[in-house]
Each structure stands twice: as C-alpha cells, then as structure tokens.
Design a protein around this ligand. Structure first.
Ligand code: NAP
Length: 264
C-alpha cells in the first residue's frame, strides 16, 4: 500500500478515465480514498463499488475546480472531518483543442484554473501537512505534451509544461524530507478527454502504437508513485518521442507534433 493504512489518498478527477482507475488501484491495495470531481453520480457509484469490492473507506467531494475557492474548501472540509491525506494525486484536467485564434477564452481561462492553479494550490495546502508529518506522496499528472509544443493544443501543452517544470523543481526541494513529488506524463490515452476537447478527429487517436487505455496508464502512474520516481513517461513509444524531442531542433519537433495531432 502507498502511504499509511489510516490515511487517505486524494484523487482529483476520479469520476472517469485515468483518475477513476487510480482510485480503484488505491482501494484494491486497501487504501482509503477521497474522490473529487463535479459528477456526483459517477463518484457515488465509484464509492459504492470500492466499498463493496475492497472494503475501502471512500469520501466523495463534489467540487468544480474551475471555482477558485474549491482547493481551500477541499482542504478545510477534510481538516474539519479529521481526514488525513498522505497521498495527493492532482489528476483533474482537460484540453482545449483548435487553432488559438479561434478557441474560446472562457474555456481556456478555466483550463488554466483547473490544470495549473487548482493543482498548485492543492499541492501547497497538502504539502505543508505532509512536511510536518515527515511523510507523504504527491503525484501531478502532466502529459507527454508537457515536453513538446503542439499547434492545435498550444495552451493545453503549455499548461502541462508548467506542471512538469513545477513538479520537477518541487521534487528537488523536498528531497530528504520523507515527502516525494512525482510527475506522471501519459501519452495518448483513450478516455473522455478527446470527446470533451472536441479532438476526436486528431490523428494521434488513430494510432494503435501511440494510444493506450486508462487502466494501463493508471498502472504505470501508480508504479511510479510507489517508487517515488520524479518523472515518469507512459510507455516506450512515448519515452522515445520525448527522448527525440530533447535533441531535435524545436521547430522540427513542433512541426512533427502538428502532423500528429492535427485533424485527419
Ligand atoms: N487522455 C489522454 O490522452 C491524456 C494524455 C496526457 C495527459 N492526460 C491528463 O490526464 C488527466 C486525466 O485525464 P483523462 O484522460 O482521464 O480524461 P477524462 O476521462 O476526461 O477525466 C478527466 C477528469 O477530470 C475531472 N475534471 C475535469 N474538469 C474538472 C473540474 N472543473 N473540476 C473537477 N474535476 C474536473 C473530470 O470529472 P468531472 O467532469 O466529473 O468533473 C474527470 O474525472 C488530465 O489531467 C489530462 O490532462 C490525458
């Protein structure tokens, strides 16, 4: 089990996709979980399943992380209830797909709030307690996109570059404290992500080599978290793509990213 038996793993974005599968992995290993997202019904159903199948304690927190008050409310509610979180997984996130000149600013501002601001504030709030307890694990979900600029996803990849840079620096800051910070970078994963981003026509989704499923991605992230790895990339093809991107000219990398993610 990751962390201690009496404490909880908090997973944001646990109502579907990678977050849902991560919550299942924690519960399977006997860990209690706090599941956070907007979809109350899906979270309640997940709670029912995890309690029945694994006997885990599950606390549902219905929060819209677009709301700037949500991170503090989440922290304070759990404090009041005496729920100690020793594993924090900042997984909630979404993308806006399209040429920047034509995309919707309101949606993009919300994306910054969820992918960057809420993630950072939750990290700050829970890290402090973990440091006091000299124990804890944080995993922030970035993306392979965090390494690579991509037209059609210009802002989304930039939010994930923030998550990557922030998490790697923080991992160094907390070294030797008993707390670890892991940045997990999934590649193309078949979840509701593409439908929500209106990116179903993206070429990347058509590739069998590049794409994986939520359960596989979650397992890789879970392993990396357990080991306290600083950065983990999901799968060999994606690791190779990132390796290549570090040595190739950035203009070439951007062109190749465009060819991969543009609509078919
Ligand atoms: N799928 C991929 O190819 C891929 C690749 C790289 C990285 N990622 C990253 O992996 C993470 C999980 O994505 P996924 O693929 O599993 O997509 P998903 O199935 O769409 O899941 C996204 C989760 O985030 C939650 N969420 C979205 N907006 C929220 C908000 N305003 N407040 C609270 N929760 C919110 C959603 O719950 P509600 O709608 O119920 O609120 C849902 O549980 C994201 O950070 C994503 O950027 C995905």
């Amino acid at each position: 089990m990751i962390g201690s038996k009496d404490s909880y793993a908090l997973v944001t974005g646990a109502s579907s996709g990678i977050g849902y599968e991560l919550a299942r992995l924690f519960a399977r290993d006997g860990k209690n979980v706090v599941v956070v997202a907007r979809s109350k019904d899906k979270l309640e159903e997940l709670k029912g399943n995890l309690e029945k199948e694994h006997g885990a304690k599950v606390r549902v927190l219905v929060k819209d992380l677009c709301d700037p008050k949500a991170p503090q409310e989440t922290f304070s509610e759990l404090e009041r209830e005496g729920i100690n979180v020793d594993v924090l997984v900042n997984n909630a996130g979404f993308a806006v797909y399209g040429m920047f000149s034509g995309t919707n600013w309101q949606k993009e501002a919300e994306m910054i709030q969820v992918n960057i601001t809420a993630l950072t504030q939750l990290t700050k709030l829970f890290l402090k307690k973990m440091l006091e307890n000299k124990a804890g694990k944080i995993m922030n979900i970035s993306s392979v996109g965090g390494f690579i600029p991509a037209p059609w996803y210009s802002m989304y990849h930039a939010t994930k570059a923030y998550v990557l840079s922030f998490s790697e620096a923080l991992a160094n800051e907390v070294k030797g404290t008993g707390v670890s910070v892991t940045c997990f970078c999934p590649g193309v994963t078949k979840t509701l992500f593409y439908e929500r981003a209106n990116a179903e026509k993206s070429r990347a989704l058509k590739s069998r080599v590049l794409s994986t499923d939520a359960a596989t991605a979650a397992r890789l992230g879970y392993k990396a978290l357990a080991k306290g790895k600083v950065t983990a990339i999901a799968g060999l093809p994606m690791s190779l793509a990132v390796f290549f991107s570090r040595f190739a000219p950035r203009s070439l990398v951007t062109r190749m990213a465009r060819a991969t993610v543009a609509p078919t």
